[in-house]
Ligand binder design. Structure first.
Ligand SMILES: [Zn+2]
Length: 361
């Protein structure tokens, strides 16, 4: 009860997405310390008569059940990176400065603003406010929910309100790391001809990387640029020994028309004749812009989608067969920066766009 009295997310605050952004920034929520903000958000969700809510750890979910034909998810993480002389918020002209202003409390504000102001949306909506996106994925609230309450994520379409500066960023590229290994035979360098030098044998591996021409793939109007890079090289025994082993670690960023398996096959092809060991991979996500709610969303935004080149949580939805994209008011280039800020105009545009989309599909 005391906590409820203290909740800064009052009806007056919820009704204005700009004031709401600032209020959220002023609730400290560095990863693993999201309990307070999750409590406040959960209180707001519980007070909305059109929503039923649930909680897992510091991840809170609320949904409408209006019997609409389609359901959309609006998702945002509640945590921030560590504070860096940027707490609490300050306002300079039309900019809100503060930890999380861009990534992604301005996005969370858009969703919470809809909770408070759109009781009768044209789609059923599932709101997800999750913990620990900024740290290792074993803590990621969306990851945990996808394992333990996958039904919370079920929808026809999902929007992650991550910073994109008001641009629709669809799908995401996959990523794969592998070790390319060459071997040889040790010998004293004074009698080098008795050995086989594994580092020299890595020369052709590097030349194949140099000669590699990455694909550019366009899917649903989004252009993905692949890349294959050496990210580490290791070899050598001692200053007078011909080395018998060398490994080149490579990272392939692949367009979402390839599966992880196909991406690995591609790496095997590129390094045919060499020993290839997969160390790590994560699937990409197709943009999925043909889904009806996605098309309506693009109409509401009034702009084409761009390809997301990095890996993001949209892939967790894609793994469940749910098309998802990123759209938020923050500037991704300012995420995690000490001078992190968000433009007030972008917050207002984002709120208006989501209202337009969700009020009348
Ligand atoms: Zn983020």
């Amino acid at each position: 009860m005391v906590r409820h009295m203290a909740n800064p997310l009052t009806p007056d605050v919820l009704v204005d997405p700009v004031v709401l952004t600032r209020t959220l920034v002023d609730i400290e929520s560095v990863s693993r310390n999201e309990k307070v903000i999750a409590d406040y958000v959960q209180d707001v969700l519980k007070q909305a008569p059109h929503l039923t809510s649930d909680r897992h750890g510091n991840t809170v979910m609320a949904r409408t059940d209006l019997g609409r034909e389609q359901r959309v998810v609006l998702a945002g993480h509640l945590d921030t990176v560590p504070i860096n002389n940027n707490f609490p918020s300050t306002v300079v002209d039309d900019l809100i400065y503060g930890c999380g202003a861009s990534d992604m409390k301005s996005g969370v504000a858009l969703a919470l603003h809809l909770v408070a102001t759109l009781p009768d949306p044209g789609y059923d909506i599932t709101f997800l406010f999750y913990e620990a996106e900024e740290i290792d994925s074993q803590y990621n609230g969306l990851n945990l929910v996808s394992q333990e309450h996958p039904e919370w994520l079920l929808a026809d379409f999902a929007v992650l309100l991550e910073p994109t500066y008001g641009v629709v960023e669809a799908g995401c590229q996959g990523t794969l790391r592998a070790l390319i290994r060459t071997s040889g035979r040790r010998a004293h360098t004074a009698r080098a001809w008795r050995g086989v030098n594994a580092i020299h044998a890595a020369g052709p591996v590097l030349r194949r990387l140099e000669d590699y021409r990455p694909r550019t793939v366009t899917i649903d109007g989004c252009t993905y640029r692949e890349g294959l890079s050496a990210v580490r090289i290791a070899g050598g025994v001692a200053g007078n020994v011909v080395p018998d082993e060398c490994t080149v670690e490579v990272n392939l960023r692949f367009a979402p028309d390839r599966t992880e398996k196909q991406a690995l096959e591609h790496v095997h092809e590129v390094f045919k004749g060499f020993d290839v060991e997969l160390t790590d991979s994560a699937a990409g996500a197709l943009p999925g812009l043909n889904a009806a709610p996605a098309r309506e969303f693009l109409t509401a935004v009034g702009a084409e989608a761009a390809a997301k080149l990095g890996w993001t949580d949209v892939a967790r939805f894609a793994a469940l067969g749910i098309p998802a994209l990123n759209y938020g008011p923050g500037d991704p280039l300012l995420a995690h920066a000490p001078d992190e800020h968000v433009e007030i105009g972008k917050i207002r545009d984002g709120a208006a766009t989501l209202h337009r989309w969700l009020a009348a599909p």
